[in-house]
Every structure is written in structure tokens, then in C-alpha cells.
Design a protein around this ligand. Structure first.
Ligand code: FAQ
Length: 336
């Protein structure tokens, strides 16, 4: 799907061999960005642009992979065959998204092994949201409705990201995420409209627990965001953290009315002057605590990923041994 461009050193050498002074190269690069052109793997790009993309895309990939764990916890306990089949497909999709994204990041000259090592040693981040537990079946529906809903809101603008492989990966990811959001809403709607009082209470409890962490998915307020300004200038991010969060809140309020659930924010109120909903204060201390590794499930999530890699080592070794044997057989057949 992607051109693998692991030849960073050669490319830098080629660029200086072109005789252009770095500033001229940078000006050309900035002009391409300003003209809305895509940057492709073999194009010259500033190191900082490359590093910013590897950071964001790899963190995004890690989020998809770690994000399989909270819902995966419910595959064996889904209430019906239909819900189980949907959940299996969804969790598999998230794994696929992780793989497209690792492939997109690899085009920038960083191997998947390096990125996974950075995740497992705690140097790379993944979305804070996946450090919360899925206590009931309603949590699975709420992840679809709110977490995938927030992910889509954040990811639609990434389809216009200035880096071509990331933008193209996001188009496919967003199509699948909208199915994910719909299935979550549908599961909740079934419980709210046809369920028992206990089921409706379970949905409300899940919404109460996931609402605020979902708002944190958009990152810190713009004023405290380390990367937003530069990433917006480079067309990596098209819309700031605060604006996206506000769009998500406005959409979710209407959806909550259809579902018949309350959002756990007494200050949530339509403001006709702003044309948006005002909302209560987000607990940024909690956000930074979770991002820093001290959320309810951080240790479990990382331990599960490390264990999966260790347990899968024999499969990778067997696949490599099989590939070597196959290549030797093919070579022998050709020589005969
Ligand atoms: N969690 O300067 P900014 C999904 C970090 S996919 C953890 O504003 P930036 C699908 C940030 O990295 C969900 N860390 O950063 C699914 C930076 O630290 P660094 C993931 C966070 O990059 C659904 C520092 O704070 N989506 O849900 C978070 O400009 C259901 C300062 O922040 C993406 O990754 C956070 N929430 O903006 C799967 C989308 N927020 O790197 C399974 C792509 C911020 O300097 C089930 N990413 N930080 O060490 C983005 O759009 C951006 O990276 C933001 C952050 C908006 C997340």
C-alpha cells in the first residue's frame, strides 16, 4: 500500500547534492505546504517535520493497538451472537488501522520495531482514553459512541494532512470509524429504548464515567499544547484541539437527547452568542496524570502489549524459518 522509504540518509545527501542552500530548500518546502500540495516520502522535508509526523503517527498507531484491549475484554461476553460478530470485526479493524499507521510512519524512515520498542519502554505515548476500564457491556457501546465519535471528529481533518501517506491512511480509517461509532450508538439505543431499567442505568453509568475522558482525547487546551502551532503551520493538524473538542461536544449533546441519557456536566448549556455549548471545567490534572502513566489501567495495558509480543515471538521465528525454507526451495528449483 505504501512506498517504503527507509533511505533517509541517501535522500538528505541527494538534497545537498542538488546545490540548494537549506534555507532555499525550506522555503520551497514551506511554499508547497502553503499551496496545499502533499509531501511524499521521497520529497525533501525538514527533520523537525519528519520527527513531528513520526511522533504523531506512531502514537496514533499505538492508540489503535492498545485501543483493542478495553473492548477485546468483552468479546467473550458479548450478549448476543450479532453483537459478538460486530465487536470482533470492530476490534479487528482497530488492529488494521494500527498497521496502516505503522506503515505510514515507516515511510518516514523509522522501523515498526523501533516504534514498538518506544511504546514498550514508555518513551512513546498512546491515547489517554485507553487507560480506563470497561466495567460493563454498556462501556463497549459508549466507547463506540463517544470514543470513536471523538476519534472521527479529530481524524476527519487528518484526511487533509500535508503528509500524503498519513492523509491517505486516514481516509480509509475514517470510513471504518464511522461504522464503529454507529454500532456503539445502536447498541446503546437498543438498551435505552427496549431495555430494562437496570440496562438504562448501566448505560447512564457508563456515560458518566467516559464523558470527561473522551473530552481529553483532543489533547490539552490550545494555550498549553506544545505542538499545535507548528503542526497547524505545517498542515499536519488542520484544526486546533479546542475547536475540535467544542465541535464534538455540540454534536454529542444532540445525540445524547436521542439516546435519552444525561451528560454528566451541570454547566453544559447552549450559548446563543457563541453558537456553541458552554461546558464545565475539564480536570487537566487527571489528564496529565493518566498521560504520565498513572491512570487506572496504564500498567495493565502496557504489560498486556509486552506479553503479547513475548508470547508471539515463536510465531515470528516460525514464519521467518518458513520463509527461509521456502526461499531455499525456490532457489533449488530454479537451479535444477
Ligand atoms: N493522550 O501538543 P499537543 C482512536 C500529548 S485513536 C495521550 O496538543 P499534538 C481509535 C501529546 O502527544 C485515538 N497523550 O500534542 C479507536 C504531547 O506529548 P508529546 C488517538 C496526549 O500531537 C477508537 C502532549 O500531550 N488519536 O481512538 C493526548 O499536537 C476506539 C502535548 O499535546 C490520535 O492519535 C491524549 N489524549 O496533539 C481505537 C489522532 N493529547 O508527544 C480503539 C492523531 C495530547 O510531546 C477503540 N493525533 N497528548 O510527548 C492527534 O491528532 C494529536 O496527536 C493529538 C494531540 C490531538 C492527540
Amino acid at each position: 500500500m505504501y512506498t517504503q522509504a527507509m533511505d533517509t540518509a541517501a535522500r538528505e545527501g541527494h538534497a545537498s547534492a542538488s546545490g540548494l542552500a537549506p534555507t532555499e530548500r525550506e522555503q520551497r518546502f514551506e511554499a508547497r505546504i502553503a499551496a496545499g500540495e502533499y509531501v511524499e516520502p521521497k520529497d525533501w522535508m525538514p527533520d523537525h517535520y519528519r520527527r513531528t509526523l513520526v511522533r504523531q503517527i506512531s502514537q496514533h498507531a499505538h492508540s489503535e493497538i492498545v485501543g483493542m484491549l478495553p473492548e477485546g475484554n468483552w468479546i467473550t461476553r458479548a450478549p448476543t451472537l450479532k453483537r459478538k460478530a460486530i465487536l470482533l470485526a470492530k476490534v479487528q479493524d482497530e488492529g488494521g488501522h494500527g498497521l496502516y499507521l505503522y506503515a505510514a510512519a515507516e515511510t518516514l524512515g523509522t522501523s515498526r520495531d523501533e516504534m514498538i520498542e518506544a511504546l514498550h519502554t514508555g518513551q512513546a505515548k498512546y491515547s489517554s482514553i485507553f487507560n480506563y476500564p470497561t466495567l460493563t457491556w454498556a462501556d463497549v457501546g459508549v466507547i463506540g459512541w463517544l470514543v470513536d465519535g471523538a476519534a472521527i471528529m479529530n481524524q476527519i481533518p487528518l484526511c487533509r494532512c500535508s503528509y500524503g501517506p498519513y492523509a491517505r491512511a486516514m481516509i480509509r480509517v475514517c470510513r471504518e470509524e464511522s461504522f464503529h461509532q454507529r454500532q456503539g450508538f445502536d447498541a446503546l439505543y437498543a438498551m435505552m429504548s427496549q431495555g430494562t431499567q437496570a440496562q438504562r442505568d448501566m448505560v447512564q453509568d457508563a456515560v458518566n464515567r467516559w464523558w470527561w475522558p473522551s473530552l481529553m482525547m483532543f489533547g490539552p487546551p490550545d494555550g498549553e499544547s506544545t505542538h499545535s502551532e507548528q503542526s497547524m503551520r505545517w498542515g499536519i493538524k488542520r484544526i486546533g484541539n479546542d475547536e475540535l473538542r467544542q465541535k464534538f461536544i455540540d454534536a454529542a449533546v444532540e445525540q445524547a437527547k436521542v439516546l435519552g441519557v444525561d451528560l454528566p456536566d451541570p454547566q453544559l448549556k447552549w450559548n446563543p452568542e457563541r453558537g456553541h455549548h458552554d461546558h464545565g471545567a475539564i480536570d487537566w490534572d487527571e489528564f496529565w496524570r493518566v498521560v504520565g502513566g498513572d491512570g487506572p489501567c496504564n500498567r495493565d495495558r502496557l504489560a498486556a502489549r509486552v506479553r503479547a509480543r513475548d508470547d508471539g515471538a515463536w510465531v515470528r521465528e516460525a514464519a521467518m524459518a518458513h520463509a527461509r525454507k521456502r526461499a531455499a526451495c525456490d532457489a533449488a528449483a530454479q537451479a535444477a
